[in-house]
Design a protein around this ligand. Structure first.
Ligand code: PHE
Length: 450
């Protein structure tokens, strides 16, 4: 019997915690997912609803998750059984672990694509457009049966490796270096993209709303799902990260910084991608390949494009890695406590199972493309839809209700560092009424989309 005798870990510093939470938030969601979901949902109108979701629902729930995690010092399921033993609130935790499995399963597939592109820039293969253009190359690659799965495997092995090493040395260290670098390169690319001739159209698409889109219930659901996905919210990733926080750190500041940074990354990514989309005559609603097709086009036009492509896909893969790590950590932390496994055993077993769960998502683009699950979507998109647009907001709803109604008010305010400040009252009001009602309305009005 190998009993787990390792003590629970803690972050080395407050900055380390904030950077790790930022590393979790900033990932494929900001660049790959944000660009194509924005493109498919009409641009500026979507962006406005998305920003409202972040402000009115996202930030308050980030705070709720941090508060739960730090108070409970346990994984996302354990946190609820500890703070509210014997109550159904634990459903949020269970939903969270399930979401970790589903999201990481397809996240690993897309992250594998970024690694393939990185290799393409390393060898020079992608410096100029391959025969048939980047679109053909992309579709050919992701629909082939074996190659993308190999890349998914490599990516998952890296993710497992970091979680295996542990919170402080694995997760905390990588984030400190890579995040600022990614921000710099994103700004350079956005600046360059604006010179390509599609700037006026691209910026209009992103910032001038088409008012008719506001009448579409599907746009609200997409914006809500994107807000949850991008902020790593509603599944206990931030509960888990908060649980490695020890002393009295100020939580509200941390929650605000994570949300602001994540949103900036997404908007700058939009400024990078949409001008190029119009400059190269691509349909903004062309779907999940948007970033993988337009970005190489930008690089091919740039002086030193090969070098920028290399750097960009390296950083994107790294950003994906720090997000994937937080997804795996949710499940691993649960298995460590629940089954008394060591961290090493839990990361390998859970990580490998998630890899297997992701294989059909990859195959669903090529050999299994006749299989559709939700509303005509292929397997990968269906996994994404179920987890991001349903499980995450549902988890967030339960978390908001728990902190708003299921926990003693004075205790919550103390645990959150808001104390008796007015902001604390506003926060609780949002968690009690605004966020739950908004999520419910969006759910109900879009039910026909499912
Ligand atoms: N927020 C991450 C991204 O934008 C994805 C993620 C979702 C990570 C949920 C953790 C939890 O890429």
């Amino acid at each position: 019997m190998s009993q787990n005798t390792e003590p629970r870990e803690q972050w080395a510093s407050r900055l380390g915690f904030i950077l790790a939470a930022m590393g979790s938030a900033v990932g494929l969601g900001n660049i790959w997912r944000f660009s194509y979901v924005t493109g498919e949902n009409g641009g500026a109108a979507f962006l406005i609803i998305y920003l409202l979701c972040i402000l009115l629902i996202g930030i308050p729930i980030i705070m709720a998750e941090f508060t739960i995690g730090r108070k409970a010092q346990s994984d996302t399921v354990g946190a609820f059984t500890k703070l509210a033993p014997g109550t159904p609130w634990v459903l949020a935790g269970i939903l969270g672990v399930a979401s970790a499995f589903i999201i990481l399963s397809f996240y690993g597939v897309v992250a594998g694509w970024t690694m393939r592109y990185f290799l393409g820039y390393l060898t020079g293969q992608l410096w100029s457009a391959p025969e048939g253009g980047y679109a053909d190359f992309f579709v050919g690659f992701i629909s082939s049966p074996v190659q993308p799965i190999l890349w998914q495997f490599i990516f998952m092995a890296l993710t497992i490796g970091i979680v295996f090493v542990g919170v402080k040395n694995g997760i905390e260290k990588t984030n400190k270096i890579l995040m600022p670098l990614l921000a710099i390169i994103l700004i350079i690319l956005a600046g360059y993209s604006l010179t390509l001739g599609g700037a006026a159209e691209g910026l209009a698409f992103l910032f001038t709303p088409d008012w008719s889109a506001f009448a579409e219930p599907g746009v609200y659901l997409a914006a809500l799902g994107q807000a949850f996905f991008s902020l790593s919210l509603g599944m206990g990733a931030l509960i888990t990260y908060g649980s490695y926080l020890s002393s009295k750190e100020k939580l509200p500041g941390a929650a605000g910084s994570v949300a602001v940074l994540d949103t900036l990354f997404a908007i700058i990514a939009g400024i990078m991608i949409f001008p190029a989309v119009f400059a190269f005559g691509i349909d903004p609603a062309s779907g999940a390949g948007l970033a993988f097709i337009t970005l190489p086009d930008i690089f091919a036009q740039m002086g030193l494009g090969g070098f920028f492509g290399l750097l960009f896909f390296f950083l994107l893969a790294a950003a994906a890695l720090s997000s994937a790590v937080s997804l795996l950590e949710v499940a691993v932390a649960y298995f460590i406590r629940k089954f008394d496994w060591t961290r090493k055993k839990a990361s390998i077993i859970v990580g490998f199972i998630i890899f297997l769960v992701g294989v059909p998502s990859s195959l669903g683009i090529g050999p299994l493309s006749n299989i559709t699950i939700v509303g005509g979507r292929d397997i990968l998109d269906s996994m994404d839809f179920i987890a991001s647009n349903i499980f995450l907001p549902l988890g967030g709803l339960i978390i908001a209700l728990f902190v708003g109604w299921g926990w003693k008010k004075t205790e919550v305010l103390e645990a959150s560092d808001f104390g008796s400040s007015g902001l604390g009252q506003v926060w609780l009001f949002i968690l009690r009424f605004v966020a739950p009602i908004a999520i419910l309305i969006i759910f109900i009005s879009s039910i026909r989309q499912w």
